[in-house]
Design a protein around this ligand. Structure first.
Ligand SMILES: [Zn+2]
Length: 272
C-alpha cells in the first residue's frame, strides 16, 4: 500500500507503524520547512498513487489542499491531530494564530500514532493487528521518553526555563514541561519576511531583561537573524535544535525519538 506523509516527523511514525505493509513517501523531507514549502510535480504523482494521506492539519501545510485537488488523488486524508486540543498564540503583529507544532509533546505524539494505526487498520484490516501492535510498542517508548524529559527538565532551575528560538515552535513543549517561550520572528509560522527593526529591538530588550542564558537556532531556518539577535543581546548561541523536521539519516535527529532526546539534552546543557 502506498501512502503519503506530509512532513518527515510524521513520515517516521507512519514508517514505524506501517512496517513492511506500506511504502511511505514524505513530501517535506529532513531539514525541510513545511511552512514555506513549494511542492514539486513528484509530490503530485505521490498523492495520486496514495491510498492514504497523513497530514498534520491545523494550518501547518497551507499548500496541501491545492496540491491534493490538482493531483486528482482518490486517497483518504487522515488529519492526525484530529483529537488534539490546539493552542493559540498572539503574534508580535497582534494576530491570533493557531499553533500547529503539536509533536513537541510526546502525549500528542501518542494521539497521532494512534490515528495512524487506526487509519491503516481500517484501510487494510488483514494486517490490523500488526499496525495496532506496533503502535502499542512505540507508545511505550513515548511514555519512557516523556518521563525522561521530565527528569532532565527538573535539573534546570525554574528561573532559567526560558526558550528563545527563531519562530514559535515550542508552545506545546512548554505547556507540558513548564517553560516560557519567546521567538525572534514572533510568529508560529516561519513565513514572516524580515521582522521590522523595531520588533527586533524589542526582542533583544526582552532577552536582556529576562537574562536568558542562551538562544537557539533551528534546523529548518537560516540561523543568520537569530545569531544577530543573540550577538546584540550578548547571549550565547547553542547548536541548532531540530524543530519542524527530522535531521538527515545518520544525524542526531534522524528519528523523532532521537530528535527529542537531542533537543532536551541541548536545552538542558545550555540552560542549567
Ligand atoms: Zn514551525
Amino acid at each position: 500500500m502506498s501512502v503519503v506523509a506530509t512532513y518527515s516527523i510524521l513520515g517516521d511514525w507512519v514508517r514505524i507503524v506501517g512496517g513492511e505493509h506500506v511504502t511511505v513517501t514524505t513530501l517535506v523531507g529532513p531539514g525541510g520547512d513545511a511552512h514555506t514549502y513549494e511542492p514539486t510535480p513528484r509530490d503530485s504523482v505521490a498523492l495520486h498513487r496514495a491510498a492514504l494521506v497523513f497530514e498534520n492539519g491545523i494550518g501547518f501545510e497551507a499548500w496541501l489542499e491545492k496540491l491534493f485537488v490538482a493531483s486528482r488523488s482518490a486517497a483518504i486524508r487522515v488529519v492526525v491531530t484530529r483529537k488534539i486540543t490546539s493552542r493559540n498564540l498572539i503574534s508580535s503583529s497582534g494576530q491570533e494564530e493557531i499553533d500547529p507544532h503539536v509533536w513537541h509533546c510526546p502525549r500528542n505524539a501518542e494521539a497521532m500514532v494512534r490515528e495512524i494505526a487506526d487509519a491503516l487498520a481500517a484501510r487494510d484490516p488483514v494486517h490490523a493487528a500488526d499496525y495496532l501492535g506496533r503502535a502499542d510498542d512505540y507508545i511505550r517508548k513515548l511514555n519512557t521518553l516523556d518521563a525522561w524529559i521530565g527528569e532532565q527538565i527538573a535539573t534546570i532551575p525554574e528561573s532559567r526555563r526560558h526558550l528563545v528560538t527563531t519562530h514559535d515552535t515550542f508552545g506545546y513543549f512548554s505547556d507540558r514541561y513548564g517553560f516560557e517561550v519567546s521567538s525572534v520572528m514572533g510568529s508560529v509560522s516561519s513565513e514572516s519576511t524580515d521582522p521590522a527593526a523595531s520588533d527586533l529591538a524589542e526582542v533583544i530588550d526582552r532577552i536582556r531583561a529576562a537574562q536568558v542564558p542562551a538562544v537557539f537556532t533551528e534546523n529548518i531556518i537560516n540561523p543568520r537573524l537569530t545569531e544577530q539577535v543573540a550577538r546584540e543581546a550578548s547571549v550565547s548561541i547553542v547548536p541548532s535544535l531540530y524543530t519542524d523536521a527530522l535531521g538527515p539519516p545518520g544525524s542526531k535527529g534522524a528519528t523523532y525519538l532521537e530528535l527529542m532526546r537531542f533537543n532536551v539534552r541541548t536545552m538542558t546543557e545550555a540552560l542549567r
